[in-house]
Write a protein that binds this ligand. Structure first.
Ligand code: ADP
Ligand code: MG
Length: 394
């Protein structure tokens, strides 16, 4: 178990918090502030506890230079609105300078300040110890709450912990609880659903989960690589040619482990990669040479719903089809609805799967939607994330 903000005395302390404020921007405005609202519980707790709160994050890819296109100023404004109190934004092209040190020194319990984009310094992604020390010098305790970047060993996510005691915020606590504990010690039956475009990216996840799940369901673009491995013709469907061999090995591994592995029995194929393309539902061994699989078919939907019916833990990563096109979102929606109706612990990892669930308006029906795309995948691979490894154990 990792220590959290509840396990240490933070009253009157200067606390530096690594948040994930890497919000999407459009024309200088925040287009989605989910990551900001997700960070609020930890920040509010620290304020109420009487800590002086110094927040830091990266945004976008300023490539190690002070580029005001990526300033944290809009985040400071949004935080003020949500926290209903002042947030001192001390913008420095080098993130930490004398004016920042002075502002941090003067910060009183219950007050909040925000640093400039930590990626204005190239030392951030280099995990440079001197920069980590500069950040650490502003505070007495480090709170790690940026799950989205916890798989990166950077100065503000990992290096800083060499100089300060480190505990987790509530966001990381929740991610560790669901992605970690639920996968390591799941209520059974435990079913994992894997989909999305590229098998290559997900193979380590499938490999890790195969030894843990009772049933593994494969859908989406990656299923055609498995179909190919079974010797089926897949027409113009997306294929990860380099990984056909590995897909075949995974099929064998599942069989050897006694894991039930379900692949689509029918698919919706189309004559073009377009929403209004001509489409047809065909059995998986009858995909026409000039068409491509775009979604799972109706028989497959029934089969997957049945497999999910008695599950007690469900982990889902990767859509079942090209859900961005409404005509090929049916399978992904059906799976999302099955999860929403289930009384199992339901965990969604992966950016596009999370977006799909939100798009269907089913977000609040899930037990946990991970906020970290890449980070949640590495977690499901069973890797120890550098930004989580540095948090002290209880
Ligand atoms: P996540 O972000 O949830 O981990 P991925 O990034 O692996 O998911 O995959 C999502 C993408 O996979 C989506 O853009 C979706 O359109 C695409 N996809 C799903 N099924 C297919 C398919 N049959 N053919 C082509 N692309 C697909
Ligand atoms: Mg994705």
């Amino acid at each position: 178990m990792k220590k959290t903000v509840r396990d240490v005395d933070l009253k009157g302390k200067k606390v530096i918090v690594r948040c994930d404020f890497n919000v999407p921007m459009q024309d200088g405005k925040i287009s989605d502030d989910t990551r900001i609202t997700a960070a609020l519980p930890t920040i509010q707790y620290l304020i109420e506890t009487g800590a002086a709160v110094i927040l830091m994050s990266h945004m976008g890819r300023p490539k190690g230079k002070a580029n005001m296109e990526f300033t944290m100023a809009p985040v400071a404004e949004r935080l003020k609105e949500y926290l209903k109190q002042d947030v001192k934004f001390v913008s420095s092209p080098v993130v930490v300078d004398d004016s920042v040190r002075a502002a941090a020194a003067e910060l009183k319990p219950g007050e909040v300040m925000l640093l400039e984009n930590v990626r204005f310094r190239k030392e951030e992604t280099d995990n440079d110890p001197a920069f980590a020390k500069e950040l650490a010098s502003l505070a007495e305790v480090f709170v790690q709450d940026a799950f989205g970047t916890a798989h990166r060993a950077h100065a503000s996510t990992a290096g800083i912990a060499a100089y300060l005691p480190c505990v987790s915020g509530f966001l990381i606590e929740k991610e560790v609880k669901f992605l970690g504990s639920a996968v390591e010690d799941p209520k059974r039956p435990f079913v994992a659903i894997m989909g999305g475009a590229k098998v290559g990216d997900k193979i380590p996840v499938i490999e890790n989960l195969i030894t843990k799940v009772d049933t593994l369901i494969i859908g989406g673009g990656m299923s055609y690589t498995f179909a190919k491995a079974q010797g089926l013709e897949i027409g113009k469907s997306i294929l990860d040619a380099d990984n056909v061999g590995l897909a075949g090995e995974l099929l064998k591994k599942a069989e050897a482990a006694g894991v039930r592995m379900l692949l689509p029995v029918d698919v919706i194929c189309a004559d073009d990669f377009k929403n209004d393309a001509k489409k047809a539902a065909v059995d998986v061994d009858k995909i026409p040479a000039d068409m491509m699989g775009m979604d799972i078919g109706p028989k497959t939907i029934e089969l997957y719903k049945e497999a999910l019916a008695d599950a007690k833990t469900i982990v889902w990563n990767g859509p079942m089809g090209v859900f961005e096109m409404p005509n090929f979102a049916v399978g992904t929606r059906a799976v999302a609805e099955a999860l929403a109706a289930s009384d199992a612990i339901t965990i969604i990892g992966g950016g596009d799967s999370a977006a799909a669930v939100e798009q269907f308006g089913l977000g609040d029906k899930m037990t946990h939607i991970s906020t970290g795309g890449g980070a949640s995948l590495e977690f499901l691979e069973g890797k120890e994330l550098p930004g989580i490894a540095v948090i002290e154990d209880k």
